[in-house]
Design a protein around this ligand. Sequence first.
Ligand SMILES: Cc1ncc(COP(=O)(O)O)c(C=O)c1O
Ligand SMILES: N[C@@H](CCCC[NH3+])C(=O)O
Length: 429
Amino acid sequence: MSVVEGKAMTAIADVAASRTFDGVDLHALAAAIQTPFYAYSANAIRQRIAGLQTAFDGLDHRICYAVKANSNIAILQLMAHQGIGADIVSVGELQRSLAAGIPAERIVFSGVGKTREEIGKALAVGVWRFNVESADELALLEQVAKEQGACARAAVRINPDVDAQTHAKISTGKAENKFGVSIDEARRWFVQSSGSAHLRLDGLHAHIGSQILSLEPFRRALRRVEDFRRELVEAGHEIRSVDIGGGLGVSYRAGLDRPVDVNEYAALVREIFASFNGTLVLEPGRYLVGEAGILLTRAIRVKSAGEREFLVVDAAMNDLLRPSLYEAWHDIVPLHDRREPARYDVVGPVCETGDTFARDRAMTRCRAGDLLMIGGAGAYGSSMASTYNSRPLTAEVLLDDGRYAVIRRRQSFAEMVAGEQLPQAWNET
Ligand SMILES: Cc1ncc(COP(=O)(O)O)c(C=O)c1O
Ligand SMILES: N[C@@H](CCCC[NH3+])C(=O)O
């Protein structure tokens, strides 16, 4: 394929103008790879990591990437090469992280539904910390650690009852949400669990939600955590780590979304935790990869229905669920030279009305075969994809300074149905 040399660019307008992403010509790429497919800029991810590291420079901190945002092993390996750890919520994510070269001692394990089996596996490989979300889980953790002759390191996930001012489905820090425990409950844990040989409860954790575009929710939540930490220290407890979660938002609407400045975020964290001399843990997901990914798709046809025009593309809700699930906005840019304006409902081929990427969206007039890119697709895109309507999982491609590598090939039919079988023997229970 032909490529154009150049630097990584994440601003979607720049990509649209140059038709290149991380130095790779997108038309040439789409000639080589069948659409729809995801393309990620390695340089854009490295730039985000470097920016975050610089902002927290000098502070004792660890960045544990939230694997759920984009769990492709090549992306995790890129994180590992930059010294980044992992925030996981399942044994599957643990296995991916280890396979990608992220050491267990840089992995934190979050989630409300950790099972005995999952806790056992994570303990056995030496996961650094468990972010514990219920009294039942805390007891189970201690019990499993005892059975293994191990000592589990735990942080209590605080639910600070703060409104993250984000979409209700991705808000996690209000009292009504399933996550974490109240400060009153956490206080009781510290009193009861001191002195165990198999459980060291010496950390605090809070993650109030995702796609947060203002510093205020962070300020409120982190102040509560820090006030509680001081109270615990005064009562004689040792707190070695404070995990401030993820949640930093990204720009999905070029020129309109105003994400939090990472340096201002770091300044806030420095101010709030000025008297803390343990390790701060960060769990960014979307911030590191969201704007570093696009979904490339082709127009199948334009369908007119009265006043409305539907632009039917070959990507669908099974590939990128966010618009259907959260009514999320993603910029959609046709990569052609025509200038005639049009308005489209941009839809996929799936048999649901919810399979809609955008309604009445202004863009240039499209024709069948046109290449389009959907922006902000690096986080919670491929990782939330399914094979609904028996559509194969798309390919994923990593771009790096004018080169590309396929990091997941398009799923074959045989791969899609692997594991399915006709009933051969009927079992009695
Ligand atoms: C515990 C935890 N940490 C980190 C994250 C990452 O969030 P984000 O992608 O918004 O940074 C999530 C997801 O919201 C999470 O549940
Ligand atoms: N999946 C959500 C974010 C949830 C974060 C996980 N706790 C999104 O696409 O915005």
